[in-house]
Design a binder for this molecule. Structure first.
Ligand SMILES: Cc1cc2nc3c(=O)[nH]c(=O)nc-3n(C[C@H](O)[C@H](O)[C@H](O)COP(=O)(O)OP(=O)(O)OC[C@H]3O[C@@H](n4cnc5c(N)ncnc54)[C@H](O)[C@@H]3O)c2cc1C
Length: 280
């Protein structure tokens, strides 16, 4: 029979995860959908469940000289309202699901679910976020780009949980966000794009481009971005077709119930063009 654990401290949670093979449940807004059965039947869990949504130790947001630290149990609605959180993440969260879901769901759950359509993941790739994973054996930091390696595939040991999302400061980064879905709320993305840039004395000092829903994981390529860093803004605009060609190699969408691959590719490239030409 499936058991459930409701630890009152992080230590108890880590011990439960170490002793038992458990699903971690935070807001449950992904997990309960996956395990849902038809009406009248209880959810179809095939192993134990460890609930972490009541752990106060995982609910915090603070900053230090390096960046912003977000506890894994912090709800999207609290992250959206916090003044320390980078503006682009607030924009992303504002369009994610709906207020009732955002009151339950966590960013750590969005990350660990590792859907190519996970909206916050795209912003976190753009901002070079790192994750702190903890277990009874200690803790380790992993860049988000190394944590997710496929559709619902993550580098997490069975006894680990995400304790924290760390976002380095990017005070001078100008950002750009587009989500294309079927409607304004509760819409799983067809395409998402997060862009970032810094311009100093008319020259591009930083350039960042991240797509969601167009490949098995979020798409971002630092080598491509670096090719265009150092150009004047005018040169960058003149190279827009080259940028589209370079980034287009990584954009490999699929056709599914939400959209066709042709539509996704075309719209992704149109958004990229708009982003580049917006830079001034
Ligand atoms: C109606 C609806 C609309 C939605 N719309 C959107 C949308 O627009 N955009 C979007 O991106 N998503 C959307 N979602 C998906 C979902 O709400 C998000 O992915 C959410 O962030 C999941 O967080 P959670 O806390 O509910 O995770 P849970 O469901 O509790 O967990 C999800 C996964 O993460 C794991 N997990 C959770 N916390 C941790 C942790 N601390 N450490 C390790 N593993 C952990 C769980 O074991 C599970 O595998 C929607 C869902 C619904 C039901």
């Amino acid at each position: 029979m499936v058991k459930h654990y409701i630890p009152s401290t992080l230590k108890e949670a880590l011990e439960a995860l170490d002793k038992h093979d458990c699903y971690i449940m935070a807001g449950g807004t992904d997990l309960m959908v996956v395990k849902h059965q038809r009406s009248g039947l209880i959810p179809n869990f095939d192993k134990d469940v460890c609930y972490i949504s009541n752990l106060e130790e995982l609910q915090y947001i603070f900053e230090d000289e390096k960046g912003v630290h977000i506890g894994a149990g912090t709800k999207f609605s609290d992250i959206e309202e916090n003044e320390l959180v980078p503006e682009i993440l607030k924009q992303i969260i504002h369009e994610l699901a709906s207020p009732n879901i955002r009151n339950m769901a966590t960013m750590a759950g969005n990350i660990a679910n590792a859907s190519p359509a996970g909206d916050s993941i795209v912003g976190l790739y753009l901002l070079d976020a790192e994750l702190e994973l903890v277990s009874v054996n200690g803790s380790r930091m992993v860049p988000i780009k190394d944590f997710i390696f496929g559709v619902r595939k993550i580098h997490r040991e069975k006894n680990e949980l995400i304790k924290e999302i760390f976002i380095p400061h990017h005070d001078d980064l100008n950002t750009y966000w587009r989500k294309v879905g079927s409607r304004a709320a509760e819409s799983i993305s067809k395409i998402t794009f997060a862009g970032g840039y810094e311009v100093e004395n008319g020259k591009v000092k930083d350039l960042r481009m991240a797509f969601g829903s167009v490949s098995i994981t979020c798409v971002r390529d630092r080598k491509t971005e670096e090719k265009y860093i150092g150009m004047s803004v005018e040169e960058l605009h003149n190279h827009v077709e080259d940028i589209i060609k370079d980034m287009g190699k990584f954009v490999q969408p699929i056709t599914d119930q939400r959209s066709t691959k042709e539509y996704r590719y075309k719209v992704a490239m149109n958004i990229l063009k708009d982003f580049i030409l917006t830079i001034e």
